[in-house]
Write a protein that binds this ligand. Structure first.
Ligand code: ZN
Length: 203
């Protein structure tokens, strides 16, 4: 199983990190070892002083596909979830400045939080889903999938021109504005259409 992540897919998040708006989706991969086991706490790794949460809508691929046409993309997934793309922002900043790959900042153990899966048929339109992240009692990220620069089907089509998608692969579709730091004893919870999809403690 691989995790394919999209960077810079919401305009307001691009602005907050002062990144350039990409002409194509930014793609990176997290290894399967980055998945935080269910119901486990997230431990801040010692190599970073600045771990950021990034809440993202997730899509689970249900069959193998390559060079998928955008109009057939909906037949490649039935389930949606919500997760966190944990990012060691200090490490990423250093790698970015040197033009190096981001894996150390994005692919470490526990860096992929995956909520429970729900059928996409639960929703009227996957391109109009409200989702949010709360940290302790504060709402820190709150957005809607309609604000994606590239929508889910376009992402599946684009990603599949580079990588064969396989059953069980997970697509992280990018984070909206509001990313920020976690510290020990924080409590995070993520909701999709006002239903809690995951919660976790930071240690
Ligand atoms: Zn992300």
């Amino acid at each position: 199983m691989k995790i394919i992540c999209i960077g810079r897919n919401y305009a307001a998040h691009i602005e907050e990190l002062q990144n350039e708006k990409p002409t194509d989706p930014v793609i990176f991969i997290k290894p399967d070892s980055s998945v935080l086991p269910k119901e486990q706490d997230f431990y801040i790794p010692e190599f970073s002083n600045e771990i950021h949460y990034e809440v993202e809508v997730l899509v689970k691929i249900k069959k193998v596909g390559k060079h998928i046409d955008e109009k057939f993309a909906p037949t490649y997934y039935d389930e949606i979830s919500l997760g966190i793309d944990f990012t060691a922002r200090d490490v990423q900043q250093e790698l970015k400045e040197k033009g190096l790959p981001w894996e150390k900042a994005k692919g470490f153990d526990g860096a992929a939080v995956i909520g429970h899966w729900v059928p996409k048929t639960n929703f009227e339109d996957v391109n109009n889903l409200n989702f949010s992240l709360s940290k302790n009692t504060e709402l820190v990220q709150n957005s809607n999938t309609s604000l994606m620069l590239w929508k889910i089907d376009a992402l599946i089509a684009y990603v599949s021109t580079f990588f064969t998608l396989k059953k069980g692969d997970i697509l992280f579709t990018g984070t909206p504005a509001g990313v920020g730091r976690v510290k020990t004893n924080d409590y995070l919870s993520g909701s999709l259409e006002h239903i809690e999809m995951f919660h976790l403690n930071i240690k």
